[in-house]
Ligand binder design. Structure first.
Ligand code: LMR
Length: 392
């Protein structure tokens, strides 16, 4: 039977990690997979994470099983940041469970939506390629609309049309902040409009919040999610700590359910536990427990938020520098200044992306997505010059 399987291509984004690693050129630039890098080009472990990991080693007395919901101290510790400190459970209508990374959370959210009867999910394109992959694997139909205009703004007209075409009971996948791959987020006013439109159309929002704190701040980056949740009766939220705690390979995430009432919430969660049990049984503990220790300790929390602020400020600086440059060859870099998070998309052809790789050792996704954090004071001039060289 197994030899019936057809060869699959390697995941294009993850394959870039190896391609870049194997390139011997000393001036190579990695703008591929979405990890934060310092001005020196490294991705160090947060100081708060190191301290919390030490505390975990010192205090953990057992590695016995937890339940399918994982570490609920971790799940609850994040809630004031996501849903607001005033009423983080929306009066008992929100509860969560731990998931293996943001990918596990998205997968569980889509599987839950499917169990609840959702057959179609609307999503703006381009999106994180794994979104479509997860939908396809779970057999949910993907309905698409254009996320961004050519001028680098959110395409609200396309979104309005899509919501108008959607049927009650369809779901819509929205990026909470720092849109992957475009960096083009909705403004607060646009979020307010979207929240009302999604509620009126009776769609189930699935909000993927994978970069909270990397855009404008922890509170600011939750605006859209909170606006939507305030308008609709039920929603699913997929959360990732990969980037804002720098926990990438430890796979730290959570899924939150907002239901109409406490009874419905318990029923939805029981389905979440059953789906998790059938998939990964329970999430890996180490990362979630580490984040919990940070969130329980005011000094570690302050240290984490401080480091996150430094990351955000550095990415803003890189964006400002690109925007100041104006043009590089035929590429207008000005819109990148007002985009958010790790990513922006450059309008490059496949041939130009290939030339940047082969002739200039610059690695980026095939979509033209660049990881802003891969640019440093030491390589940004080369990047701009090389970009001009391939597009002039
Ligand atoms: C990315 O888009 O680069 C990250 O979210 C990593 C991933 O899993 O794709």
């Amino acid at each position: 039977m197994l030899s019936n399987l057809e060869q699959q291509p390697a995941d294009a984004l993850l394959a870039l990690i190896k391609l870049h690693g194997d390139d011997p050129r000393g001036d190579k630039i990695d703008l591929g997979v979405g990890v934060y890098r310092t001005g020196q080009g490294g991705t160090p472990v947060f100081g708060a994470i190191k301290a919390a990991e030490q505390a975990l080693i010192d205090t953990q007395t057992s590695k016995s099983y937890l339940g399918p919901e994982g570490d609920m101290g971790f799940v609850h510790g994040l809630m004031p940041y996501i849903f607001g400190s005033e009423d983080p459970t929306m009066s008992g209508r929100i509860e969560g469970m731990q998931a293996p990374g943001g990918t596990g959370a998205v997968r569980l959210a889509v599987a839950l939506a499917k169990r609840a009867g959702v057959t179609r999910i609307w999503m703006g394109l381009p999106s994180w390629p794994n979104h479509a992959q997860i939908l396809g694997d779970l057999g949910v139909e993907l309905k698409t609309f254009t996320h961004a205009t050519k001028a680098g703004l959110a395409d609200m007209d396309a979104l309005r049309v899509a919501i108008g075409l959607a049927e009650p009971g369809d779901a819509i996948m929205l990026h909470g902040c720092c849109h992957n791959p475009t960096g083009i987020d909705y403004s607060p006013a646009q979020w307010d409009e979207i929240a009302l439109a999604v509620a009126e159309a009776k769609l189930l929002p699935i909000i993927d919040l994978a970069y909270q704190g990397l855009g404008h701040g922890m509170e600011e980056d939750a605006y859209g999610l909170r606006a939507v949740l305030a308008a609709v009766p039920e929603a699913l939220v997929a959360y990732s700590c990969d980037k804002n705690f720098g926990m990438y390979r430890d796979r730290v995430g959570a899924i939150y359910v907002m239901a109409q009432d406490g009874d419905a919430l318990n029923r939805v969660l029981s389905n979440g536990y059953a789906l998790a049990r059938a998939a990964w049984s329970m999430p890996p503990d180490h990362g979630g427990a580490t984040v919990r220790i940070i969130l329980e300790d005011p000094a570690l929390t302050a240290s984490w938020l401080d480091e996150l602020g430094t990351m955000r400020a550095r990415m803003r600086q890189v964006r400002a520098r690109l925007a100041e440059t104006g043009r590089a060859g035929s590429i207008d870099l000005v819109p990148l200044g007002s985009q958010n998070g790790l990513f922006s998309v450059l309008p490059l052809s496949a041939e130009q992306i290939q030339r940047l790789r082969s002739d200039h050792a610059i690695y980026m996704a095939g979509s033209g997505r660049i990881n802003i954090a891969g640019l440093t004071a030491g390589n940004i001039d080369k990047f701009i010059a090389d970009l001009a060289a391939v597009t002039d």
